[in-house]
Design a protein around this ligand. Structure first.
Ligand SMILES: [Zn+2]
Length: 251
């Protein structure tokens, strides 16, 4: 199963890549870099990361089939997210990719993309819960940390930095590669549980049913199971559901 369901995935395999880059690790990584790239990496700031996310998202939009405005899928998504153009100060933009795999993701610049396969798999309230979960990854900086880690270990970025260039010097395909890695990389189990809890508050603060988050996991589990391939290495859904129930109960 190559195309996977992000929402069900959260193995801790990439913990060191997806978690916060601790000072010690960062310094060691810096020491391994050479030339001006070291300076560039050390000064890689939030603006640059967000700019890269934005440029990468544009590449993704070019490579994927975006549901046209006014089409069935786009109309449905825009209806689901009506009034959610901002989340805690983050400006959001939503589009549907015509892709049968069940997936959704958000990027640090506020790009939110939902696959038509996910829209086919669940009702509106559960789609909104999944979107809340994805926005959680952005607001809790999981996506930012991931994109930053990708940049710090990216050969093209290092090459551009070593010649005095910056992120703007990356080619379309390099940006596309970065975006692909960012959206396919897995978050740690801790991050997944935190994003689930964010989704509960996201829904509750908008007077929506927070149980929709739990239902979305159950829907995916019922349709796609939890064994085999990728899914066998993921944290248990019961643990996520237990975490959600506690969050919903205010624990
Ligand atoms: Zn997630």
């Amino acid at each position: 199963m190559k195309k996977f369901i992000h929402i069900l995935l959260s193995a801790g395999l990439l913990l060191t890549l997806t978690g916060c880059v601790k000072d010690g690790e960062f310094n060691m990584a810096s020491a391994m870099m050479v030339g001006a790239g070291v300076l560039q990496a050390a000064t890689l700031d939030e603006k640059q990361v967000v700019k890269t996310a934005s440029l990468s998202a544009k590449e993704l939009d070019k490579k994927n089939k975006v549901a046209p405005a006014g089409s069935k899928y786009d109309v449905r998504l825009q209806r689901i997210v009506r009034g959610l153009e901002n989340a805690d100060g983050l400006r959001l933009n939503y589009k549907v990719y015509l892709d049968k795999s069940v997936n959704a993701f958000a990027m640090p610049d506020g790009t939110v993309r939902v696959h038509s396969g996910l829209l086919d798999a669940m009702p509106d309230d559960q789609v909104l819960a999944v979107i809340g979960h994805e926005i959680g990854h952005v607001k809790l900086k999981h996506s930012y940390n991931q994109m930053r880690s990708q940049l710090l270990t990216n050969a093209a970025f290092q090459a551009a930095a070593s010649t005095g260039g910056d992120i703007g010097a990356l080619t379309s395909s390099q940006l596309g590669g970065l975006a692909y890695k960012a959206i396919n990389a897995r978050f740690s189990q801790r991050d997944e549980l935190a994003a689930d809890r964010y989704a509960v508050e996201f829904l509750r603060s908008r007077s929506k049913d927070p149980q929709a988050m739990t239902r979305s996991i159950k829907t995916l589990q019922a349709k796609y199971g939890s064994g085999g391939g990728f899914l066998s290495s993921h944290p248990s859904n019961p643990q996520r559901i237990d975490n959600l129930e506690k969050a919903i109960d205010g624990q």
